[in-house]
Ligand binder design. Structure first.
Ligand code: ZN
Length: 86
């Protein structure tokens, strides 16, 4: 299934994503979550390469927030690719 890493900004609550959607077997997702949380993003696993633990958020009100990894969202369900916001 096609999934993308999702990040939630603690300051404004906005959901963000980064990188391209990755094709990951559904049964591999729980293990993948654990590996991201453990910060093993450079372990040579191509699924993890673009999933840092947090990314900066340009909040709509002009503030700068930090968005933390929240999980993987299906990318193919809504036919979306890439970012949730421009
Ligand atoms: Zn924000």
């Amino acid at each position: 299934m096609l999934v993308k890493p999702i990040y939630k900004c603690l300051l404004c609550g906005q959901l963000l994503t980064t990188g391209k959607p990755q094709d990951v077997p559904r049964e591999a997702l729980p293990g993948l979550l654990g590996k991201v949380v453990q910060n093993q993003i450079f372990a040579g696993n191509p699924y993890l390469y673009q999933a840092p633990m947090h990314i900066p958020c340009k909040c709509k009100d002009g503030n700068a927030g930090m968005a933390y990894f929240a999980g993987f969202m299906q990318a193919e369900a809504q036919g979306q690719r890439g970012r949730l916001q421009p």
